[in-house]
Design a binder for this molecule. Structure first.
Ligand SMILES: Nc1ncnc2c1ncn2[C@@H]1O[C@H](COP(=O)(O)OP(=O)(O)OP(=O)(O)O)[C@@H](O)[C@H]1O
Length: 372
């Protein structure tokens, strides 16, 4: 667990916040100028806050009251930056082995073989960075960070310089990292898609303060989550792939509710996270009949929130998980949507894009129905 509490004045900008980052991916999310860089610099030891405490597990990295400020290179943090920052004159093998220099003698950390295997680097080992794609470079940078046997990883917009195809290529490796290494990963991003795919915890920063923090599912399904922006709002459902159908659809099970999506890349039995954007949900009080949409999920409204415009956010509890829907205030009034009302969420299969579906490592081969 990483625990951070800081105050610092940067010109007119005041940083005053505290948050905790447990194991898994904690996303620092906020608009430009919210203070993400200031926080990561403080955690990395590049900025000395006027007052603060930073505790990583049992180690105190910063405690201004007691005069503790562990220098940057002794903080045992593995870094993954936006640009991979590999050594151009070294091949991939040497670049990743370089990370081991920073591992303490007493600490074995991840083995070279494991890192090569986990990040799919075997075929790249003899290549130089100039002959790697952006995504491949980032995989090497992750490998180097892991081999330094860090107590936490700091990933500062690691996908920001990659195009969508490269992003899609590297996200599964980051998911694997999240699910297989038991250290906190502090991850900075502006991208809601990355939050939805990777975050286990979300810390929302605004004007130097932490306005919300907590489990990703809860934060993303909160109708009051204005700092993320209404257009980007949406909930995460946890589901399991049941089977792939011959007509190109995959059937998932989310809390006993079947969910039909365009073919997902994951195998039957595998657990996945599915992001359902709030604007992709249609709401109905009665179960609709004769509709082309394949996914109709019954639920009960738990919260409503209207903004300044015509839209309204509706949060509903369903057997599949909490869903967030964006409807107009006019529709909400016409349907008499109130807290406690029974309703149905309608989701068109094709509205869920492949990048909205992320894998988790838990592979459970107990349910392997034959393809139908
Ligand atoms: N050295 C400085 N002196 C004065 N103000 C500063 C200094 N460094 C940063 N700031 C201000 O502090 C605020 C937070 O900056 P920070 O770089 O942490 O934001 P950010 O959330 O990382 O933004 P971005 O997403 O654009 O990188 C901004 O308003 C910035 O202008």
């Amino acid at each position: 667990m990483l625990e951070v509490a800081l105050t610092h004045q940067l010109g007119k900008f005041a940083l005053d916040l505290s948050f905790s980052a447990p194991e898994g991916v904690t996303v620092l999310f906020g608009r430009s100028g919210a203070g993400k860089t200031a926080v990561t610099n403080a955690v990395a030891g590049l900025l000395r806050p006027q007052t603060g405490k930073i505790q990583l597990g049992t180690r105190s990295l910063l405690d201004t009251k007691n005069g503790i400020n562990v220098p940057s290179h002794r903080r045992r943090i593995g870094y993954i930056f936006q640009d991979a920052r590999l050594f151009p004159h070294m091949n991939v093998r040497k670049n990743i082995i370089y990370g081991q220099r920073f591992a303490r003698k007493s600490q074995s950390g991840a083995s070279l073989e494991l890192v090569i295997d986990m990040l799919g680097l075997a075929s790249l080992l003899d290549r130089h960075p100039a002959h790697l794609s952006g995504g491949e470079k980032q995989r090497v940078a992750i490998g180097r960070a892991l081999l330094s046997a860090p107590d936490m990883i700091l990933a500062d917009e690691p996908l920001a310089s990659l195009d969508d195809a490269r992003k899609a290529e590297i996200l599964p490796y980051l998911e694997q990292l999240r699910d297989e290494i038991s250290i906190p990963i502090l991850y900075v991003t502006h991208s809601v898609a990355e939050v939805a795919r990777l975050a286990t915890t979300v810390v929302v920063l605004q004007d130097g303060r932490c306005v919300r923090s907590g489990p990703a599912d809860t934060i993303l399904a909160d109708p009051a989550i204005m700092p993320i922006g209404v257009r980007a709002a949406g909930a995460i459902l946890h589901a399991r792939v049941r089977r792939h159908h011959r007509d190109g659809l995959s059937e998932l099970d989310a809390g006993g509710i079947p969910l039909f999506l365009p073919q997902v890349a994951h195998r039957p039995g595998q657990k996945v996270r599915v992001r359902i954007a709030a604007h992709d949900i249609i709401m109905s009080r009665q179960r609709p009949m004769g509709l082309s949409a394949l996914n109709i999920i019954p639920g009960k409204i738990t919260a409503l929130r209207s903004g300044d415009g015509p839209g309204m956010m509706v949060s509903m509890q369903t057997p599949a998980g909490v869903l967030l829907a964006r409807v107009t205030r006019r529709s909400a009034a016409a349907l008499d949507l109130t807290v406690g009302a029974e309703c149905h969420a309608i989701i068109k299969s094709v509205s869920v894009a492949p990048e909205d579906v992320g894998g988790t490592r838990t592979y459970e081969p107990d349910v392997l129905p034959a393809p139908s």
